[in-house]
Design a protein around this ligand. Structure first.
Ligand SMILES: *Cc1c(COP(=O)(O)O)cnc(C)c1O
Length: 386
């Protein structure tokens, strides 16, 4: 390696690279949350989120991570003893089981082997078998890089149940197609550090009309910080106080939404799909396999299985020295694969650089027969029209 230290590309599934204009918002002088200049900005953020993800319901922007949003979703839609169905495609799906059990819900789980999805027929027959208060699904499970068919599941939930349909969009929102009302999603949520490309610290949650009605029926809930009713007055008029909003993060989110609007959500979805295909081609050209089945691959990250003879820690350390940070596998795939994030505000330059650094790493580890295959594959795929 040269003496010049390489800029480290953050290719993990969150936090994702934060572009300069968003970083600048974090560096602004912090002002009072009641300052009219900030109140106006916060209102814009709330309204843009509603408009872009198309809901006539409500949006909540609160300090916290994605896990807080999971808890907020469950807290406002269920009460102790309620039956809920968790559709799990990995580690983050399973997290709903734990949250539900803590709340003493009756949790039923439909889980798939890692890399595939729960068959729709199985979900359908489970929904027919008993009435559920809530059904949860993780749009992209970050442990497996599997994308769930949220629209198809939504149709089944509507057809057979009165359940509140909760979609964890933490590794999907802003990259995989999601429209709240059109898709009959009752609660959708994400976190700032994934496909929005904002530093960690904000939870964003959309609640459609049905979820809001369900909350009314529940009355007073035991949870305090995540109670919709505590936040609604703030979301309608951010000059009011409930708990201090993270001023700079909200500015950062405002800039992220400006970038998303300028690009256009549909264009952004297409770009993510194109990039994911290019990464899959590149990894396969280097003799590696993608964990997720082809029909269910996420556009936001890839789980890449190591070929024989590669040691996880050595691979990731060498790659980090080459300037690219990736994440290890979770659970049963710890040591067996790496997870490469490719969501958010990522340009072609970053994509090609990441593949080149992976090639240099494989070459250093003595398992690359020929240099340039991966870069060639990623470039060809980016340039191709389909
Ligand atoms: C990252 C992630 C979470 C948890 O978010 P945190 O911000 O780490 O709390 C939940 N679900 C999915 C799908 C995720 O990718």
């Amino acid at each position: 390696m040269s003496m010049m230290s390489a800029k480290k590309l953050l290719m993990i599934p969150g936090p994702t690279p934060v572009v300069r204009s968003i970083q600048n918002e974090m560096g602004r002088e912090t002002i009072a949350f009641g300052d009219p200049a900030f109140v106006g900005d916060f209102s814009h953020v709330v309204n843009d989120l509603k408009t872009l993800w198309k809901t006539s319901g409500e949006v909540f922007v609160v300090a916290g991570s994605g896990t807080l949003a999971m808890e907020m979703a469950i807290a406002n839609s269920t009460k102790r003893g309620d039956p809920v169905l968790v559709v799990s495609h990995g580690y983050f799906g399973d997290r709903f089981v734990e949250i539900g059990q803590r709340k003493q819900l009756q949790v039923d789980v439909l889980a798939s082997p890692w890399g595939s999805i729960v068959p729709l027929e199985k979900i359908e027959s489970q929904l027919k078998s008993k009435p559920y208060q809530a059904v949860t699904v993780t749009h992209v499970d970050t442990s497996t890089a599997v994308c769930a068919p949220v629209e198809e599941i939504s149709r089944l939930v509507r057809k057979h149940s009165d359940a509140c349909y909760i979609v964890d969009g933490v590794a999907a929102t802003g990259a995989e197609r999601e429209y709240v009302d059109e898709m009959n999603i009752d609660i959708l949520f994400t976190a700032s550090q994934k496909a929005f490309g904002v530093p960690p610290g904000l939870a964003v949650l959309w609640a459609g009309e049905k979820a809001l009605a369900r909350k009314k029926q529940l009355g007073l809930i035991p949870e305090y910080y995540v109670d919709f009713d505590k936040w609604l007055p703030i979301m309608h008029d951010p000059s009011k106080y409930f708990a201090t909003p993270p001023v700079n993060l909200i500015w950062a989110l405002q800039e992220a939404l400006r970038i998303i609007s300028a690009e256009g959500l549909e264009v952004r979805y297409q770009r993510h799909l194109r990039n994911a295909r290019a990464i899959h081609c590149a990894m396969e050209s280097l003799g590696m396999r993608i964990l997720a089945e082809p029909a269910h691959r996420a556009v936001t990250l890839s789980g890449v299985l190591y070929p024989e003879g590669i040691q996880d820690i050595q691979f990731r350390n060498t790659l980090a020295a080459e300037g690219v940070q990736v994440a290890g596998g979770l659970g049963q795939y710890a040591g067996k694969m790496f997870r490469l994030g490719h969501m958010g505000n990522i340009d072609d330059h970053t994509l090609v650089s990441a593949v080149a650094a992976i090639e240099r790493t494989l070459s250093k580890l003595g398992v690359l027969p020929e240099i340039g295959r991966g870069v060639s594959a990623v470039m060809k795929s980016i340039e191709s029209k389909n």
